[in-house]
Ligand binder design. Structure first.
Ligand code: GTP
Ligand code: MG
Length: 217
């Protein structure tokens, strides 16, 4: 078990935040990690990350969450940003249709850089601004169904579904890691069975029996 700042954890999972500028990525992160929200818009430059250790299905998991700028000019950092990510929160702003229309582009970029079994959640943020809604819940859900993503509407301002979004991603990551570990154990067991081979008795010309190991390669 690894240990940091006196809190022990069993596993680390890297989750990346992506989506257009101003959709609320940094506030989702600060709400989740520090329970803080900032009304003032402070666009990111480059990228940063913050961590929180939480319990997921009885396991202590360190969620390492990476945040970057949604602005076009900052998108050169992609490879390093995505490297090792096992989860992604793909964010749009329910009051700005364009941020939803750009989701496909973000999804393509994400899928170009990560393993196919990464867990992706689509999040329609700022759901507290119901009177300004430009994207219906059904549209978000339909896109998520079509692309095989998890889906929630969130609000970093009033904390709606922020905890739930990360919990859901981490639970799904946990399931995938368990499946991967099981597959690796089965492959190792199969390899070891092949390595041991089978033993057969062969009688030589003098009539005494010799044991010969037989392996398939
Ligand atoms: P970039 O770093 O430029 O990519 O933007 P970002 O996606 O990190 O957006 P950020 O978190 O900085 O939020 C942009 C603005 O939206 C800020 O003024 C926030 O206060 C506001 N905001 C973020 N989340 C919410 C929310 O859930 N509800 C409301 N009403 N405002 C929000
Ligand atoms: Mg930001």
């Amino acid at each position: 078990m690894a240990k940091k700042e006196d809190i022990e954890y069993d596993d680390v999972s890297k989750i990346v935040l992506i989506g257009d500028a101003g959709v609320g990525k940094s506030n989702i992160l600060s709400r989740f990690v520090r329970k803080e929200f900032c009304l003032e818009f402070k666009p990111n430059i480059g990228f940063e990350f913050a961590s929180r250790i939480l319990q997921v299905e009885g396991k202590m998991v360190k969620a390492k969450i990476w945040d970057t700028a949604g602005q076009e000019r900052s998108r050169a950092v992609t490879s390093q940003y995505y490297r090792g990510a096992v989860g992604a929160l793909l964010v749009y702003d329910i009051t700005k249709r364009q941020t939803f229309d750009n989701i496909q582009r973000w999804l393509r970029q994400l899928r170009d850089h990560v393993d196919s079994d990464i867990v992706i959640m689509l999040a329609g943020n700022k759901c507290d601004l119901k009177h300004l809604r430009a994207v219906q819940v059904e549209d978000g859900q339909a896109l998520a169904n079509k692309e095989g993503l998890l889906f929630l509407e969130t609000s970093a301002l009033d904390a709606t579904n922020i905890e739930r979004a990360f919990q859901s991603i981490l639970i799904q990551i946990n399931h995938i890691k368990r499946l991967r570990a099981l597959a690796a154990r089965e492959a190792a067991a199969a390899a070891s069975r092949r390595g041991q081979g089978t033993t057969v008795d062969v009688a030589d010309a003098s009539g005494s029996a010799k044991k010969i190991g037989c392996c398939s390669t």
